[in-house]
Ligand binder design. Sequence first.
Ligand SMILES: O=C(O)CCC(=O)C(=O)O
Length: 237
Amino acid sequence: MRLDHNIDVGLFREQGFVILPDILDDDELATLCDACDALLSEPPDDDNGGKGHNIGRGHSRRFFRHRHMDFDGLRDFVLGAEMKHLVSNFLPDGVILFNEQFVVKAANTGASFGWHQDGGYIPFDHDPYVTVWIALDDTTVENGAVFLLPRSPDDTATPVKHWWNEDGKEYVGYDGPDPGIPAEVSAGSIVIFSSLTLHRSSPNVTDRQRRGYVVQYAGAPIIDPSSGEVRGMATSL
Ligand SMILES: O=C(O)CCC(=O)C(=O)O
């Protein structure tokens, strides 16, 4: 990882996201792509065996969740010192791996993903965390770029109310007119955003699939207060 990158934490606090172009080195990108391609040989499993949110849409929008322990290189990347160094800029009091998933949109028929805050998927109060969204392919508006609504994560402590959209198979937290800012980035770039940042992604209408990798880190384990159970993962870096 190119750690000499200028990490503008002030901008993150102002608008809820920062873009780090071409921050992965070639080996890291190859490790992530190889793991994703190996997973793509599996049949679609929309709700990850009952453990996911049932937001998969067959081949058109696939999620491969919690698979970093299946690939040594992927595990080392997700839990490694360089990632810790990067994420510590945003979570200075500790870095815990909370969730990770590949998100693949098929060629031609790749489904969009509706406006949401990642924290909107958690049905209880929790501290905001950060999402590291990694482009495994060059990403454009046409093939499924992530769009973000600039807003300071310090303006609000909790996610807005989300509602379930049965057609889209997703929670939605915004249906207003603002199209957001598209993060059109090259493969190996990272978009870091807050769990309070509203984002969506466009459909893939190109003839090539679009692969992304979402890794989420929290400052401390996220605990469900009603059961005392850890939500997602709680692996310390
Ligand atoms: O990769 C995408 O298309 C968006 C993924 C996303 O928004 C998420 O996993 O929260």
